[in-house]
Design a protein around this ligand. Structure first.
Ligand code: 2HG
Ligand code: ZN
Length: 467
């Protein structure tokens, strides 16, 4: 897509004001990428609108001049969905960050897409309510991006993904139409619900310009139990035992190797004197003493059966936070090793057989690389990170990893799983979409894209190529 750059910048400046079109290399570099490793951003400009009207004008201009647009939120994505490498105009939502309305009866909040996850969580707390979608990047991730990728995180087992909390949204389609979808209704059986096409569309259909988000009652007295296991395969038997007796708010896991990175990087004390191969972190509401008794008796039962070998339970919320760090800080602790990331999922019941085949495959194909297993095992989502050896150039390392990706995804496909559970497809997983979605599905996906975005101006090259 071509356009006279100077002319384009001046049109954009007419829409948002000259101060809010940035073209300095430092800005292009900052806003042209997300948390994905190894990229060289190359957008032509970054633009910062403040209203739906301005977004409509930007979309109209892009259609007229055939300019590609990249929607940009907190840029915490790990699949390259917010990358701009081909002279695109990045549309940042940093200035569209207002909470517009709160309705206590509806338990709904209406806000602009640039509101961060943490801001929403804190606002809900002030109102004695709760926004349950949570992850390590909550401080900087923006709601528009969360919705565009259907973000998951650490509480999915209890509260579901972002999709469950989107009660309404306004979008400006790639064609330039403003749609007001579902308007906060709880029940609405009036035909296609386009909301759900935009959730997880990774910015390829249009801009999410306003969101109406549901809030829930806050959980009480969250308590964390950290348990040690000798085998990753046993985690699902432990999950089942706990779930039969307790409602769980989280059920996460990580390997001792992953823990070692966190402990080293942040100079923390290991949870147990005697190490074990794997750990499960279980969170539940400690509202009655019977909950605590139930947790203790399930633990004892699992211990007797040899499923678990060690355990500790938080005595306070600060204790709980400390235990969460062992899981939540893994990504930041290993980021300096530019890991090759996998974000895969299978049905919960399939996790043990899937993991045993995956483990065997990884040992065979990556004998010399360090493989770290962790993730949201309670909902079937594994984050397998392969750590780059210090002496190896990133380019060579990724090339090596890509060689075996087909095998890992082949296994995911055999189990009917997904090659992206919660990070999205972006550019990194695009070549492998067929491992999770059928030819017919991809054909329909392309048709939907063409309908909402006939000139392919919205985040082209992400999720799928129109071909
Ligand atoms: C997490 O669960 C994030 O910590 C990041 O989704 C996972 O670094 C990763 O692979
Ligand atoms: Zn995750």
């Amino acid at each position: 897509m071509r356009s006279n750059a100077g002319e384009l910048i001046s049109y954009l400046a007419d829409i948002v004001g000259p101060r809010w079109v940035k073209t300095e290399p430092v800005d292009l570099n900052h806003y042209g990428k997300d948390w994905t490793n190894d990229v060289n951003p190359n957008p032509s400009a970054i633009v910062f609108p403040t209203s739906i009207e301005e977004i409509k004008l930007i979309v109209a201009l892009a259609n007229k001049k055939k300019v590609a647009l990249v929607p940009s939120g907190g840029r915490t994505g790990l699949s390259g969905g917010a990358l701009a490498k081909n002279s695109e105009v990045v549309v940042s939502f940093d200035r569209m960050n207002k909470i517009l309305e709160f309705n206590a009866v509806d338990r709904l909040i209406t806000c602009e897409p640039g509101v961060t996850t943490r801001t929403l969580q804190e606002f809900a707390k002030e109102k004695e309510l709760y926004y349950p979608v949570d992850f390590a990047s909550s401080g900087s991730s923006q709601l528009g991006g969360n919705v565009a990728t259907n973000a998951g995180g650490i509480k999915v087992i209890r509260y579901g993904m972002t999709r469950n909390w989107v009660q309404g949204m306004k979008v400006v389609t790639g064609e330039g139409q403003l749609l007001d979808l579902n308007r906060g209704l709880v029940k609405n059986a009036s035909g296609f619900d386009f909301r759900h096409l935009f959730i997880g569309s990774e910015g390829t259909l249009g801009f999410i310009t306003e969101l109406t988000i549901g809030l829930s009652s806050p959980p009480k007295d969250l308590t964390v139990m950290l348990i040690g296991l000798n085998s990753m395969i046993d985690t699902i038997a432990v999950l089942e035992a706990f779930r039969n007796k307790l409602t769980l708010n989280a059920f996460e896991f990580f390997s001792d190797k992953a823990l070692a990175h966190v402990v080293k990087e942040y100079a923390l004390q290991k949870p147990f004197d005697k190490g074990c191969e794997f750990y499960a972190l279980i969170e539940f509401e400690n509202t009655t003493s019977s909950n605590l008794d139930a947790a203790q008796s399930v633990f004892d039962h699992c211990f007797k059966c040899g499923l678990v070998v060690n355990g500790t339970i938080s005595q306070s919320s600060s204790d709980a936070k400390k235990l969460w760090r062992f899981r939540e800080d893994i990504t930041s602790a290993i980021s300096k090793y530019s890991p090759y990331k996998n974000d895969i999922s299978v049905r919960i019941s399939q996790v043990p057989s899937f993991l045993s085949e995956l483990d065997e495959l990884i040992k065979r194909i990556y004998p010399s690389f360090e493989a770290l297993f962790f993730g949201h095992i309670g909902d079937g989502n594994i984050h397998l990170n392969i750590v780059k050896p210090v002496g190896l150039a990133a380019k060579d390392f990724y090339k090596e990893c890509e060689k075996v990706t087909e095998m890992v995804f082949g296994l995911v496909q055999k189990f009917g799983g997904s090659i992206s559970a919660e990070h999205g497809i972006g550019v990194l997983k695009k070549p492998y979409l067929r491992y999770s979605r059928s030819k017919e599905e991809i054909t329909y996906m392309k048709a939907v894209k063409r309908m909402f975005d006939p000139n392919n101006i919205m985040n082209p090259g992400k999720l799928m190529d129109l071909g």
